[in-house]
Design a protein around this ligand. Structure first.
Ligand code: 4AD
Ligand code: MG
Length: 432
């Protein structure tokens, strides 16, 4: 008999199929078992009745308990109540492994910490399944976006000698005779080198921040997608970002809508996400925050609360631009009209999800970059290669980084970022 996945069953109504998977729940009433079955592609109800399956198969099914693995054979029957439109009337049930103990996370009222400790099993639950399917769709959307634009994927290193963002939140390690190196905070500096070789480039990989923040938006290890384009200036950079984010949302709505629906996500707000996005200058954002009673002054950086208030004034993602250079990274190009601010933008997601992108035009002038390295107390000798980019064929260039988990949290409508990654690394968690 042919092995099929649950996601294929609709095309096999009336046929007899074999499914290989796990029992996520089972309910029995006398002469009938209802098995809620999953196989990694979806969920389906299997009905076992001895008159149809025979007594032996029925008895084998009686031994199943939550998270038994099993092979099920049966007829695919149309069923309008099921999200897949089908159920299985079993002709045979073959247990593979029957757990000796009760499944530890089957009760409904477990606290989040308990569930995180069982993340290796929690991944099997429906909600986690749908979230990580959306994540998968988001990553595919990103790759598709760049493929269509002929960007080159450049994989940037995890170990680095040069600090990419700020010195304050680096993980340090000893690297043989070389001494101290860091886990990367960003691949940007390497993408800058690559864009001078390939024109338009992107990366997608893990990044690390030793930040002692416990907010619902921070992870210690998170995935970032970054892009960098030679000859792009500030405006070009924002256009690329709004096209990318709109493409991601559209792709998920078109290719993963059943997962959003299963998560109970109100998609009406996502449907509004299309270019152009609105923009607000940092100066005006400060005024807006003051009007809302916040105690902020020009020169302050924004945290989650500020971002939420700013974003709540818009129903699409919004760019906050031209921050004071003192609150941003060393490599950002100053505004020629107003050198105390930089040509940067943070993209804030709507509905209180905060900053999903940070980006800027980069300093391309050798002398200015050298000054900034000194101003930020960064060791020049570690940046020789980065300075070289300004010595040979330097051109204006721009790029940005998008936080994958924040994007997943926003699109899925999650309360906390820890569910947006398979195995979260947070301040108090490195297990499992
Ligand atoms: O704003 P950030 O720090 O920008 C950079 O690292 C630039 N070098 C990117 C570039 O221009 N190539 O980080 C970019 C994004 C943020 O907007 C946010 O979405 C995410 O990465 N991010 C985090 N996500 C989860 N946990 C954290 N601790 C994060 N820190 C940043
Ligand atoms: Mg940022």
């Amino acid at each position: 008999m042919n092995w099929f996945y649950i996601e294929q069953l609709r095309e096999h109504i009336g046929e007899e199929v074999e499914l290989r998977g796990w029992v996520w729940n089972i309910r029995s009433s006398g002469k009938i078992h209802f098995i809620q079955f999953r196989d990694g592609t979806g969920f389906v109800q299997v009905v076992v009745e001895s008159s149809f399956s025979g007594q032996d198969a029925f008895d084998r099914a009686s031994k199943l308990r939550i998270e038994s693995s099993a092979v099920v054979r049966g007829k695919v029957v149309e069923d309008q109540r099921s999200p897949y439109g089908v159920e299985i009337h079993a002709t045979d049930v073959i247990p593979i492994q029957i757990p000796e103990e009760a499944y530890p996370i089957s009760k409904k009222d477990h606290g989040i910490d308990f569930l995180m400790s069982y993340r290796h099993l929690w991944l099997r639950s429906r909600r986690q399944f749908h979230i990580l399917k959306v994540r998968d769709a988001i990553l595919r959307a990103i790759r598709e976006f760049y493929k269509a634009r002929n960007f080159t994927l450049i994989d940037t290193p995890i170990f680095t000698g040069a600090i990419g963002e700020t010195a304050g939140n680096l993980f340090e390690l000893d690297y043989f005779d070389y001494g101290k190196v860091y886990l990367t905070q960003t691949g940007q500096l390497y993408l800058e080198a690559a864009c001078m070789a390939f024109g338009k480039v992107y990366n997608l990989g893990p990044t690390f921040r030793a930040e002692k923040s416990k907010t619902r938006r921070h992870l210690i290890e998170f995935w970032m997608h970054e892009a960098e384009v030679a000859y792009y200036e500030f405006e070009d950079n924002l256009k690329l970002q709004e096209q990318l984010v709109s493409h991601i949302v559209k792709y998920v709505l078109e290719n993963a809508s059943e997962h959003l629906r299963a998560l109970g996500r109100d998609t009406s707000k996502l449907e509004k996400v299309e270019p152009p996005f609105e923009r607000i200058r940092y100066d005006d954002a400060i005024k807006l925050l003051q009007k809302n009673g916040l105690n902020v002054t020009w020169g302050d950086d924004f945290g989650g609360d500020e971002e939420t208030i700013i974003a709540s004034n818009f129903n699409k993602p919004v760019f906050v631009t031209h921050y004071p250079r003192k609150v941003k990274a060393f490599y950002m190009q100053p505004d020629p009209q107003r050198p105390e601010v930089v040509l940067c933008a943070d993209l804030l997601a709507p509905e209180g999800y905060g900053e999903i992108i940070g980006g800027s035009q980069r300093i391309h002038d050798y002398k200015l970059l050298l000054e900034r390295l000194e101003e930020f107390n960064l060791p020049k000798e570690k940046y020789q290669w980065y300075l070289d980019l300004r010595r040979w064929g330097s051109v204006p260039h721009s790029g940005f980084g998008l936080g994958i988990e924040r994007t997943v949290a926003w699109i899925c409508g999650l309360e906390h970022i820890r569910e947006a990654i398979p195995f979260a690394r947070t301040l108090y968690r490195i297990y499992p």
